[in-house]
Design a protein. Structure first.
Length: 117
């Protein structure tokens, strides 16, 4: 497989990731809701990257430290400010900074994230 091949081999998808979105609304005290609800679960490759700024989707994304790759799914409409809960050796919570449809083929999504917990 060459550099331009965007397919993800099953063996690369080692981490179960739950993608989360903030629940709109207010809590009992009238404050903005801080709860997140699950969007979907996917198997992913999760890799640390060494980049202070990363060019994504036409703008710079600052302080990206992790790249999460998943197979493209039509329902995977992720946006910046969604979060990812990762299990396994890279376990933790990640705030999504940007989402790229790799080479526009609809085969994989590259999710740029910052670890927050």
């Amino acid at each position: 497989m060459g550099q331009s091949d965007v397919r993800i081999r099953a063996g690369e998808l080692k981490h179960e990731v739950t993608f989360l979105r903030r629940v709109p609304g207010q809590d009992d005290m009238g404050q903005p809701n801080t709860a997140f609800a699950p969007l979907f679960v996917a198997w992913a490759s999760v890799n640390p990257i060494n980049a202070r700024e990363y060019f994504a989707a036409g703008h710079y994304v600052e302080d990206v430290d992790t790249e999460i790759r998943i197979r493209y799914e039509p329902h995977s409409m992720l946006v910046a400010q969604d979060e990812a809960q990762v299990g396994g050796t890279m376990g933790g919570r990640y705030k999504i900074q940007g989402v790229l449809n790799v080479e526009q083929y609809g085969a994989a999504l590259k999710i740029l994230a910052k670890r927050v917990g």
